[in-house]
Design a protein around this ligand. Structure first.
Ligand code: P5A
Length: 447
């Protein structure tokens, strides 16, 4: 867990006034300016305290929604042996994108770009019967892909953080229900982050199979060319019934009813049949990608289970990825203004920023401590600017950081018993007495 109260004087927040020239898109610029990441080498980043804090927050929302559908978390290593990859045939398929390593015994290792092989081996060793499935397993772990063109900061890194889940079922019908569970979990996950994600038919590439959806958020700076029906701009990812197999199938049918496809799967004829006003042809960011690939790995890796008649059959599988580190960039790309980041209230590094304009003043310090104590007790996370700095600098930096609410403590506020509480998104100011601040915030957050 990250601390609930952070004092800027003790924090490490190397902010920049100007965007560095190498950053081409706004999310990359803002992540650098807000002191969240620092490039270590091409496509490889250090996560500074604020960036790390957000990475953990996003990871936690992703985790909660995986747990909710009954997936079990485990942790596989970053370094894998080449042997399983030779068995599946992907050791050669992956080409230069795979980082290959030799150990001191000249054995071939690799830094995992994904984990289908390793999880299949783990499943094979532990499950023997149809009674033991479905099994949904996931981990959240660093991946490495030696991308030709790492760019846009954490959006397309070489080292990146992914949640990858894997499903194991007795047959195709059951496997498609597992697919539907993840499909709905993804809609919920991204909606909780304030993102409107659109599931689009997509190519399966190196993962394989013939049924796949990419979850895309629309953004001019996105790397994918996408096409969809306008109806997706109004859909609510939280309001999905997933209580039974039939309800899940109906929900996914409903969500895939209208046209939505990435460039590779685009059907110009079908798209042209949509009334022109409802056609959306734009760019997007891929934040998640799910696959059903049946027995592609279970056959070569001999992952079989006994069916009801006692016969051994290869298990049916799917895999499900979320770009956890990419999501940071994606959220900022979707939520910013000319002053900086505007975090959605549900997934901000802190809910409240407290600026003490006169830190040397005893009364100001006491009032600040009281507000922060009350806020912490109510469950809010607080960033406290206790530095001896000009007020203008403090205000501009807090706007850059995008904390949803800000309160200012000053001798004048104390004298008039009126504290400015400002909403970052709208800039609207409330003037409140000291004791009214936290109750007001509780109301805003529905607490
Ligand atoms: C699904 C889970 C897979 O790897 N195997 C396990 C499947 N799918 S994927 O589409 O290739 O990747 C899943 C998600 O990871 C993010 N991602 C990246 N993020 C940052 N930098 C990269 N270079 C990168 N490559 C993939 C994407 O969000 C993608 O949807």
């Amino acid at each position: 867990m990250q601390p609930k109260l952070v004092r800027l004087s003790q924090y490490f927040l190397p902010t920049l006034r100007e965007a560095p020239a190498e950053a081409q898109i706004v999310s990359h610029q803002l992540m650098l300016r807000a002191g969240m990441i620092r490039q270590a080498s091409a496509g490889i980043y250090s996560w500074l305290p604020l960036g790390f804090r957000m990475l953990k927050k996003i990871e936690q929302v992703v985790r909660e929604e995986q747990d909710r559908i009954g997936a079990a978390e485990l942790l596989m290593p970053t370094i894998q042996s080449a042997d399983l990859w030779r068995q599946s045939g992907r050791y050669d398929d992956y080409g230069k994108e795979m980082l290959r390593i030799k150990d001191r015994h000249e054995r071939d290792l690799l830094y995992g770009p994904t984990n289908e092989e390793l999880i299949t081996e783990i499943f094979r060793a532990g499950v023997k019967s149809y009674r033991d499935v479905p099994k949904l397993l996931y981990h959240i772990q660093w991946k490495f892909r030696d991308e030709i063109r790492p760019r846009f900061g954490v959006m397309r890194g070489r080292e990146f953080y992914m949640k990858d889940a894997y499903s194991f079922d007795i047959n195709r019908k059951a496997a498609l229900d597992s697919y539907n569970k993840f499909f709905i979990a993804y809609l919920r996950t991204f909606a909780r982050m304030g993102l409107r994600s659109i599931p689009m038919r997509a190519e399966t590439g190196l993962i394989g199979g013939n049924n796949s959806h990419e979850f895309i958020i629309l953004a001019d700076t996105g790397e994918s060319q996408v096409f969809c029906h306008r109806s997706y701009l109004e859909r609510d990812g939280m309001a999905v019934d997933d209580s039974t197999l039939e309800a899940r199938a109906a929900a996914v049918r409903d969500w895939t009813r209208d046209y939505a496809a990435t460039e590779d799967e685009h059907d110009i004829e079908a798209f042209s049949a949509i009334p022109e006003d409802d056609q959306v042809a734009t760019r997007g960011i891929e934040i998640g990608h799910i696959f059903y690939f049946g027995t592609k790995y279970s056959v070569p890796l001999e992952a079989q289970i006994a069916d009801e008649s006692g016969a051994n059959v290869p298990v049916h599988m799917g895999s499900y990825g979320v770009g956890v580190s990419r999501l940071l960039g994606a959220i900022i790309e979707a939520r910013h203004d000319e002053k900086g980041i505007v975090w959605p209230a549900a997934i901000a590094p802190f809910q409240l920023a407290v600026i003490n304009v006169k830190v040397a003043d005893t009364a100001c310090r006491a009032a600040t401590e009281r507000i922060m104590q009350q806020a912490n007790n109510a469950g809010f996370e607080v960033l406290y600017d206790d530095r001896d700095q000009r007020a203008g600098v403090k205000f501009a930096e807090m706007e850059l950081l995008g904390i949803p609410w800000r309160v200012v403590v000053s001798p004048k506020a104390l004298a008039t018993e009126s504290f400015e509480v400002t909403k970052r998104r709208s800039g609207v100011i409330q003037n409140l007495g000291l004791e009214a601040i936290v109750p007001f915030l509780c109301k805003q957050f529905g607490r």
